[in-house]
Design a protein around this ligand. Structure first.
Ligand code: UD1
Length: 364
């Protein structure tokens, strides 16, 4: 069985690593890897390949940055001949980035079955580019591998064939468990001068939060205020780095006070280690809402909606929006209270890749 696995952007690398590792256990599977090049920097891609021991791609499409139309179209144009030549039995796509949608469309039009890992998540916010990617990817997928019960409900409501839907758990949590021995050895917190459970971690990169200068400035001011209560470390995504240059005249937020520390994006192992020892996480990321749930770290999500509701109902996540007073108040509340103990959501047990590969092998 030939399986082409497609990756493009940082969160994809984390999800594909446990899947390829599982596929390689079977002599009857030939797993190939194609990297679109949506993310290409050492910090956004190279470091992740090394940390997660991802094999060198069989094909690299070198698409790079650009508008949504450019990225989607270029991935399709460059992937089509690769898929035609490889003739796989299935294309595996993960997550909700532009590469995910472009890969799914290309394969579907060639008559190649598509497996979507992390299907069914919905924020019901059509202004999020990822929401469009999720809906369209699911519409052309033959295997819909779902991480949480809400995903199954959303897909059924949209009329998906129930036989295609499989609640399998979460491959991001597989990665957390698989690489636990490595990230537990990371010394990143000490290297940044931080003590265990006495700091917060910030990530921000959603266009809705960082692309509009007034909004970005407001959120950054709120974070600077939070940093008066607890030191914050902020690994800055390249999109956000550009906005710091444009919206904040290059002035790193909080630098004067020295309590909001901006650092370059971290590799996977250092980042998970930093999060696992944090008192609180403030983020607009999707995956981090899940990782903090699994790690039992309180997470404040600076968005109005989440496509991952189980992280709120069963996990440590709270949706706090972007009003500065609310962010500051919620952060203070978390810092002053004890961290609640939570049970991980059903099937977030480190065995999602095993279930996915078993289903793919069983359907030949
Ligand atoms: C993309 C995904 C988003 C995901 C995020 C994770 C889409 C629509 N968005 O957003 O869902 O949460 O990745 O990081 O697919 N850049 C670099 N180096 C890189 C990559 C990007 O400098 O290696 C800069 C470029 O200026 C680029 C900008 O970051 O224009 C944005 O990159 P892009 O891939 O378009 O979107 P992300 O914001 O990273």
């Amino acid at each position: 069985m030939k399986i082409v696995n497609l990756v493009g952007a940082r969160p994809n690398f984390v999800k594909i690593a446990p899947l390829i590792r599982e596929m390689r256990r079977f002599g009857d599977i030939e797993p190939l890897l194609v990297h679109t090049g949506q993310h290409y920097d050492e910090a956004m891609a190279g470091q992740f390949f090394r940390d997660l021991d991802i094999p060198t791609p069989d094909a690299s499409l070198g698409v790079g940055s650009g508008s949504h139309a450019y990225q989607t179209a270029e991935v399709m144009r460059r992937l089509e001949p690769v898929l035609e030549k490889a003739g796989p039995d299935v294309l595996v796509v993960v997550g909700d980035v532009n590469s995910t949608l472009a890969g799914a469309l290309t394969a579907a039009k060639l008559g190649i079955p598509v497996a979507h890992v992390e299907a069914g998540l919905r924020s019901f916010d059509p202004t999020m580019p990822e929401e469009i990617n999720r809906r369209l990817t699911d519409a052309v997928s033959d295997y819909l591998f779902v991480t949480e019960e809400s995903g199954r409900r959303n897909l059924l409501r949209e009329g998906a064939d129930p036989a295609k839907i499989h609640l399998v758990g979460n491959v991001m949590i597989d990665a957390l468990e698989l690489y636990r021995p490595q990230w537990e050895r990371s010394t990143i917190a000490g290297r940044l001068g931080l003590s265990c459970k006495d700091y917060g971690v910030v990530t921000l990169h959603r266009p809705s939060n960082v692309d509009r200068p007034e909004k970005f400035q407001t959120v950054v001011r709120a974070l600077s205020e939070v940093a008066e209560h607890i030191p914050l470390v902020f690994p800055v995504h390249p999109r956000t780095r550009h906005r710091i240059r444009e919206s904040l005249d290059g002035e790193e937020p909080g630098r004067a006070a020295g309590r909001l520390q901006c650092v370059d994006p971290l590799g996977y192992l250092d980042f998970v280690a930093l999060v696992s020892r944090a008192r609180v996480v403030l983020t607009d990321s999707g995956g981090l809402q899940e990782e903090t749930t699994a790690l039992g770290v309180p997470c404040l999500t600076l968005r109005e909606r989440t496509e991952r509701p189980v992280t709120v109902s069963a996990g440590t996540n709270r949706l706090v929006g972007t009003a500065p007073d609310r962010i500051v108040e919620e952060a203070r509340r978390v810092v002053e209270s004890r961290t609640p103990r939570v049970q991980p959501p059903p099937l977030w047990d480190g065995r999602a890749a095993e279930r996915i590969v078993a289903l793919l092998r069983g359907r030949r």
